[in-house]
Design a binder for this molecule. Sequence first.
Ligand code: ATP
Length: 297
Amino acid sequence: MNADTFTSTATTGSVATARNLRKAYKNKLALDNTTFDIPTGRIVGLIGPNGAGKTTALKAMLGLIPFEGELSILGRDPRTQRDELMRDVCFIADVAVLPRWIRVKEAIEFVAGVHPRFDRAKCERFLANTQLKPQMRVRELSKGMIVQLHLALVMAIDAKLLVLDEPTLGLDILYRKQFYQRLLEDYFDEEKTIVITTHQVEEIEHILTDVMFIRDGKIVLHSEMETLGERFTEVLVNTEQATEARALKPLDERALPFGKTVMLFDGVPSERLETLGETRTPGLADLFVATMKGTYA
Ligand SMILES: Nc1ncnc2c1ncn2[C@@H]1O[C@H](COP(=O)(O)OP(=O)(O)OP(=O)(O)O)[C@@H](O)[C@H]1O
């Protein structure tokens, strides 16, 4: 990729263009030649094991840390144009960051004060459909009500890029699902882009348009969700054909009851795999486990 390509992608509706990012902490290379592109109108899952560099990558995109390499976010360099950039970016860390003593109306005041594109009337319209009242304190709210408050605050910010770092940490599965569904239905449109990190892979895979796997500071897989199935296939292999299947070098395999084995293949033609057993596209969680094998070895 040459410098011209870098400039042209950055000015044609690309949200993020990263080339060879490097971030070294004292004892650790958190970003190691990290390179990726994110076009407008996508919901991207940045997924990786603990310590892989997810938060570091997001902090670089938000101009919160120094780093080496080329990075353009909405056509701007987050290191030198952070203030301008922040007019178009909304960053929300996990829901649990709302202090328990804060009142609903104070949370609204706070966000109104820090985000130039926050639309208070829109936020209040969202809240009018809930049981939340301006005087209520966060500690009096149920978890679901906290999600509603968080969503109302997020969705009233008209940002081009929404960055969510583990947005549903600490919430149970019902609230997590509700959070992502509302985000998809009530917030997202083709002019917005959302980047999400989470460890709850299964819960977000249905809303993602793209996935990026990061390991040891490197992007090891970047794919549109729709094309994952063209590259990766899972096969339910019978015992008799296990040796033949293993010769095709599966990325990973796991045993099932009754002697069957599920094997995951990368780039093996489906006509070949269909002779070995029932085939299907793997779920993101199984693909993640296969790709990250050996991480903690
Ligand atoms: N301020 C810091 N000082 C020193 N090392 C750091 C600092 N921040 C992060 N690191 C190291 O950089 C690496 C990447 O950390 P990062 O927080 O980006 O990982 P992550 O993928 O977000 O992990 P997790 O899923 O556990 O939140 C880790 O090894 C971490 O220990």
